[in-house]
Write a protein that binds this ligand. Structure first.
Ligand code: SF4
Length: 715
């Protein structure tokens, strides 16, 4: 298998930097004291750009350069807006829209308009303010992405609640919500139990349903260092990801020249087979004296239920459900038994599947079985996507505020917050589809593309009276996700802000971004826009005070436990280096997880998972090519050769894939993926996925959907 990364990544970065205004300009931007704009591993901040919280430099990757290059683009011109119709822009690919340039002036489109039109800031603020004022609060919603700052997130959720609605949510409802729900039910805290430093103390890392080579590239350096000190990496993923087999880390000379092995053991369960797989690992440990009985006795509740389930579930059943042989499960469990410090990492291969919350609990049960939680160099680490998605949850961008936070806000501001039940993201889309929403504000992100069942999402957005997008560049949502009236307000990127903003990494580390880069005249800060709109449309409190961002941080610190308004910091009370947990009893809570039974399949059916490519970040596709998987196009279905043979398909044959929500024509490509499973690119394949959600996490099921495949016939 070809080694991924290395010189091709270096060449790409140099080319990208050259096109974005030159190496010097890129270097200056990357080194500025701002948080990396891309993934939640977290780099940059007050220690300087490309520095992690452990002070290590240089820490950057292709993804961080891609995001920076997008912000460094030139401005979209009046002529561009006048020339292209909404229909033409709707037909552009996500990559083409992203590369049109930065939006620097507000634009507006009404119901009969064929084009967006430039409008002034005064007009856009007046129209938006009027829409908020005239909308009955329960008929509005506010959606935020992890691109925004804690300050903007806190302020907007506060404004929405003071206006009278709890319909506030963030993009995690379409990605990692199951991690938060699952972890909170186990440890009493919904985030990672480890800090970055723990990765240099452990001797085993599990990578479960995730592909950090593409999505969290700098994690690969930690894994290489781990293997160099004699540790191991176990990958659990239905797809054999080339980037998780061998990788060349550009910042490490030895790795760059010779490549580095990443995985010691690689197992490929069925999509959704993880809870059964981990039940198997626990069963093996039970049969081989592998439990940490002292930990279980003193620090865990209810482990007996899991032990009972493992003994009552025969091996044949476990193997049937997960698709991994007993021998392979034993190999994994044996390596785990030898470990003295294990960190379990996972991502959306776990949380996008029905029963995702239980899969998170099954992973936690496996950690608890050996006391791998509540001490240094061991624990649970959900690999979050966007750079501040976790911060959004921390500062209250959720439909239901934590009781203590709500009380603190009420006390500090002397207000009463609404007690109505807020709607999660999909509930907002359903309500929009039912004609129950008149106003929506989307702060960053691309709500339309993030949705399953694209047709439904377009219909839903079109029934909203007024939609406001606050964005840096164009995306498909601006054209296909329009309400009767739509405005797009151009905003500053975090490194362009005039005041400090903060962002929280997946390690619960809060960084401070200084801002300070001057690129374009026109875009305004998100905080500035929110405070002004809240003042004109909502009132109730002195919103002007929040034009000073430090006053927002001071308020956050009074309402969010462990948040420091003045320094970069690790949020207190979330990292467990001692086995004391914020649960009722102080112990971790074990859940008896019933392993999922995979859907039965007909001869022409497969279980499908949507995947992101190497040149992609969430819904933003920077490059059509997926170098790591050797795919030059995105309209493909990646299949096991036996399934191709069974369905009599050949490489590159055109097929129709039909899902519950729609169908799409793609070509067949052979791939090393567990038989009976297949993979297709997100967001394009979202047209196939229905808008059903996992009931516990409210997350759509982007993985595990059954699809039918038909050969295309020439006519
Ligand atoms: S790994 Fe994530 S945080 Fe680090 S440089 Fe890359 S995108 Fe930024």
């Amino acid at each position: 298998m070809k080694t991924q990364g290395g010189f091709q990544s270096i060449r790409y970065v140099l080319k990208k930097a050259k096109n974005a205004g030159g190496l010097r300009a890129m270097w200056k931007s990357m080194r500025s004291s701002n948080t990396c704009k891309t993934c939640a591993l977290g780099m940059g901040g007050q220690k300087g750009g490309m520095v992690n919280e452990a002070g290590k430099f240089p820490q950057f990757c292709k993804k961080s350069v891609q995001a920076m290059a997008a912000d460094m683009q030139g401005a979209i011109t009046d002529e561009f807006i006048e020339r292209y119709t909404i229909a033409q822009l709707s037909a552009m690919s996500p990559r083409e829209l992203e590369s049109c340039g930065r939006l620097t002036f507000p634009i507006h489109a009404g119901p009969l308009d064929s084009h967006y039109k430039r409008i002034s800031w005064e007009e856009v603020m007046e129209r938006t303010s009027k829409a908020i004022r005239e909308t009955e609060p329960s008929r509005s919603f506010y959606y935020l992405s992890g691109r925004s700052s804690n300050e903007a997130g806190f302020l907007l959720q506060l404004a929405a609640r003071i206006r009278g609605t709890n319909n506030v949510n963030n993009c995690s409802f379409f990605c990692h919500q199951a991690s938060g729900v699952g972890l909170a039910s186990v440890t009493g805290s919904g985030t990672a139990t480890v800090v970055l430093e723990d990765l240099s103390k452990c001797d085993l890392v599990f990578l479960i349903g995730c592909n950090p080579a593409s999505n969290h590239p700098r994690l690969l350096k930690n894994l290489i260092d781990l293997r160099r000190r004699g540790g191991k990496v176990i990958v659990v993923n239905p797809m054999k990801e080339p980037g998780l087999c061998k990788f060349k880390v550009p910042s490490d000379l030895l790795s760059l020249l010779f490549g580095s092995t990443i995985s010691d053991i690689y197992v490929q369960p069925n999509i959704g087979g993880d809870s059964a797989f981990f039940l198997g690992v626990i069963k093996w440990l039970g049969e081989h004296d592998g439990f940490d009985s002292q930990f279980l006795e003193n620090h865990a509740e209810n482990f007996d239920a899991v032990a009972k389930r493992t003994s009552e579930t025969p091996w044949a059943k476990i193997v049937e459900l997960c698709g991994v042989s007993q021998e392979e499960i034993g190999q994994v469990a044996s390596a785990y038994k030898e470990s003295s410090g294990t960190i379990f990492c996972w991502a959306m291969g776990i949380t996008h599947v029905e029963g995702g919350v239980d899969s998170v609990r099954a992973i936690a049960n496996t950690a608890i079985a050996r006391g791998m939680i509540g001490r240094k160099g061991a624990g649970l680490l959900p690999l979050r996507g966007h750079s501040n998605v976790q911060g959004m949850g921390t500062v209250g961008v959720v439909p239901t505020l934590k009781g203590k936070m709500a009380e603190a806000i009420e006390e500090e501001l002397q207000i009463i917050l609404p007690k109505s039940t807020g709607m999660d993201t999909m509930a907002c889309m359903q309500a929009s589809h039912g004609g129950e929403i008149d106003y929506a504000m989307c702060l960053g992100g691309n709500l339309l593309a993030a949705n399953p069942d694209t047709r439904f999402a377009i219909d839903a957005m079109s029934k909203i009276q007024f939609v406001s997008y606050l964005s840096t560049t164009l995306n498909k949502g601006h054209f296909l996700g329009r309400g009767s009236e739509t405005v797009v307000l151009p905003v500053l990127a975090r490194d362009e802000e005039e005041q400090i903003t903060t962002q929280e990494s997946m390690f619960n580390f809060v960084r401070r971004s200084t801002g300070g880069m001057h690129r374009h005249v026109g875009p305004r800060s998100e905080v500035n826009i929110i405070a002004e709109l809240a003042h004109s449309a909502i009132g109730g409190i002195a919103w002007e005070q929040f034009q000073n961002y430090s006053s927002i941080r001071e308020l956050i610190a009074k309402c969010v436990s462990g948040f420091d308004p003045n320094e970069e910091h690790q949020i207190k009370g979330r990292t467990f280096h001692q086995p004391n947990f914020p649960t009722l009893t102080g112990k971790v809570v074990v859940h008896d997880v019933v392993p999922r039974t995979p859907s039965k399949l007909e001869d022409n059916q497969l279980r499908m998972m949507t995947i992101r490519s190497e040149g992609q970040f969430n819904t933003v596709v920077y490059e059509e090519e997926d170098i790591f998987r050797s795919q030059t196009r995105r309209d493909v279905v990646l299949m096991h050769p036996n399934d191709m043979k069974k369905m009599q398909f050949v490489q590159d044959q055109q097929v129709l894939v039909r899902g519950e929500a729609g169908e799409i024509t793609v070509i067949v490509r052979v791939f090393d993926i567990r038989e009976s499973n297949c993979a297709m690119y997100y967001p394009e394949a979202n047209v196939l996925i229905s808008n059903k959600i996992d009931q516990e996490s409210k997350t759509p099921l982007f993985k595990g959907a059954v699809v039918e495949l038909f050969p295309c016939v020439d006519v």
